[in-house]
Design a protein around this ligand. Structure first.
Ligand SMILES: Cc1cc2nc3c(=O)[nH]c(=O)nc-3n(C[C@H](O)[C@H](O)[C@H](O)COP(=O)(O)OP(=O)(O)OC[C@H]3O[C@@H](n4cnc5c(N)ncnc54)[C@H](O)[C@@H]3O)c2cc1C
Length: 507
């Protein structure tokens, strides 16, 4: 055999080498799927820890691992839960036994939005009709958007991306009270923006994910330990299968390997000057970082320039430990308050003291500009206003965490700017909650994107596979209701006319 043939046969025999840049949930999902499929995989992470936007750190003052911000899981997060189970961390997320959310309009006045236990979508309609925060007239009016949601399939929802959720709600005769008491807290929690700020498509996607699948997809879940405990078992899983973790290593540039060296097509350059070559690369970094890693020409060729128009939305979290528990429910939305949600960390977590609370301000652009002690004072004031038993309680620890690019900003029209995970360049894929997943910036979106990126890499190698589980399909009862809704002409306003009317509206 001549030398060239020896080299070629060596290349043919070695496993494909794939590099994943970014150790958030998108990168972790991709790296897991790659080692499972026999790739020689390297995962590069800039920071000393994994998890990206999902992490915790031990706070001696608080006496437990404090999260960078409360994260809620939905039982419809099929890909996330499958990934956590694969690592052996699935038991670290506990789900409620049914759909339940608590909204507080004034001190001591908690209103439950609770599913009926009936099959979807009856559980949702039952919850709407029994929601005492609103007068009966408003509750009945809420059935209209619910029925229209049923009537729209995924393609129909997608056509609503140019419209704001607020405009969609107004087209469905939702009173200002219904928006303030229900739709706004829901949009803030699920899409990280007010109904004015987010697209109808993204809001409806989350509602469809949670409410249309089956009764079981609408349960909220929370980590029972610090968030970093969720990703902890990834490292032994990954390295036991031959994966190599390169932490504290920042990638500075990604480029094509000009001349084919040993058959590798891509080269990444590290900040310290080192380089690594690979057959394929999954770039699982935030969208604004991608623009720094890939030069404009390559971005153009890869079809990644549109994402430069995407923006991020912040989340401000206040982690407080009081000397006693003051919040009865696991999660409470505060209405007409600068603090949007209060989570009873002391109840949700096995390792936190009973008085631990996590307060969240979604899309909190204004609060994010205030000094930490002012934010803490606002949090304390609101706690005392809504929960009288907090008055006089001693604050044992308080920490304000501002995540300025917590999630993708799902402004109307942003869907068209989100790229697919597959690029036109062989061996280059992108991942991240900001890529096109059909979901807003969520853990589930991040995990799906990582799996879709690996599907793209494998397809290009002629090893097509199906890894990402699709967003839950409507259950039988929901399909029946969709059929009935359509038959009754519930979809009287076609999507196109809604869009037209919205444009007229915004003039
Ligand atoms: C406070 C807060 C609350 C949230 N609440 C929820 C919630 O309740 N439910 C939910 O589903 N989602 C929630 N989210 C959103 C969710 O956390 C994110 O959408 C998801 O974790 C994003 O994952 P990702 O892998 O796409 O990106 P990231 O987590 O941002 O990961 C990207 C990784 O790339 C690394 N990196 C960047 N540049 C480089 C480089 N040059 N070289 C090497 N590595 C690099 C980064 O350090 C990071 O680890 C919340 C987010 C925040 C911040």
């Amino acid at each position: 055999m001549n030398q060239k043939a020896v080299a070629t046969s060596r290349i043919a025999r070695r496993p494909p080498r794939t590099l994943v840049v970014g150790g958030g949930f998108a990168g972790l999902a991709a790296a897991t799927a790659l080692v499972d499929r026999g790739h020689d995989t390297q995962l590069v992470e800039r920071r000393p820890f994994l998890g990206g936007k999902v992490f915790s750190f031990y706070d001696p003052a608080a006496g437990h691992a404090v999260d960078n911000g409360q994260h809620a899981f939905l039982s419809a997060y099929r890909n996330t839960m499958a990934l956590l189970d694969r690592w052996g961390a699935g038991h670290r997320v506990a789900f409620g036994r049914r759909l339940e959310m608590v909204f507080m309009e004034a001190p001591g006045r908690a209103r439950r939005f609770a599913g009926t236990g009936l099959p979807a979508p009856l559980h949702l309609l039952g919850a709407l009709l029994r929601f005492e925060a609103l007068p009966v007239r408003d509750r009945l009016a809420m059935a209209r958007p619910a029925l229209d949601l049923l009537a729209l399939d995924a393609a129909g929802r997608r056509e609503l991306d140019a419209m704001s959720f607020a405009a969609w709600l107004s087209r469905h005769d939702q009173s200002p009270q219904a928006v303030a008491a229900f739709w706004e807290p829901l949009a803030l929690a699920a899409v990280n923006g007010s109904p004015q700020e987010v697209s109808a498509y993204m809001a409806l996607q989350v509602l469809a994910l949670g409410f249309l699948g089956s009764e079981r997809t609408s349960h909220l879940g929370f980590a029972t330990e610090g968030l970093s405990a969720l990703v902890e078992p990834f490292v032994p899983y990954f390295t036991a299968r031959g994966g190599e973790l390169l932490a504290r290593r920042e990638v500075q540039a990604v480029r094509e390997a000009g001349e084919r060296s040993d058959g590798f097509r891509w080269v990444v350059e590290f900040r310290d000057g080192d380089t690594l070559a690979a057959d394929s690369v999954v770039l699982a970094v935030p969208h604004w970082r991608l623009a720094r890693l890939v030069d404009p020409q390559l971005r153009q060729r890869a079809g990644l320039t549109a994402s430069e128009g995407l923006a991020a939305a912040p989340i401000v979290s206040i982690q407080i430990v009081l000397d006693r528990p003051v919040v009865e429910h696991a999660a409470v939305a505060l209405l007409a308050s600068p603090i949007h949600w209060v989570f009873a960390a002391g109840r949700l977590r096995s390792d936190a003291p009973p008085g631990a609370l996590a307060l969240t301000v979604s899309a909190g652009r204004e609060l994010a500009t205030l000094p930490q002690d002012e934010v803490a004072a606002i949090a304390r004031r609101e706690l005392e206003r809504f929960f009288p038993s907090a008055r006089g309680a001693q604050v044992l620890a308080c920490r304000v965490i501002k995540e300025m690019d917590a999630t993708l900003s799902c402004a109307p029209g942003s869907e068209a700017l989100r790229p697919a995970q597959e690029t036109i360049l062989p061996g280059l894929a992108v991942a991240g909650a900001w890529t096109r997943t059909g979901l807003p910036g969520t853990i589930e979106g991040a995990v799906m994107s990582g799996l879709l990126a690996v599907e793209a890499i494998e397809r290009e190698r002629g090893q097509a596979c199906s890894l990402a589980q699709p967003l839950s399909d409507p259950g039988g009862a929901a399909l029946l209701a969709r059929w009935v809704g359509r038959a009754l002409g519930r979809r009287a306003a076609p999507v196109e006319s809604l869009l037209e009317r919205n444009e007229t509206c915004s003039k």
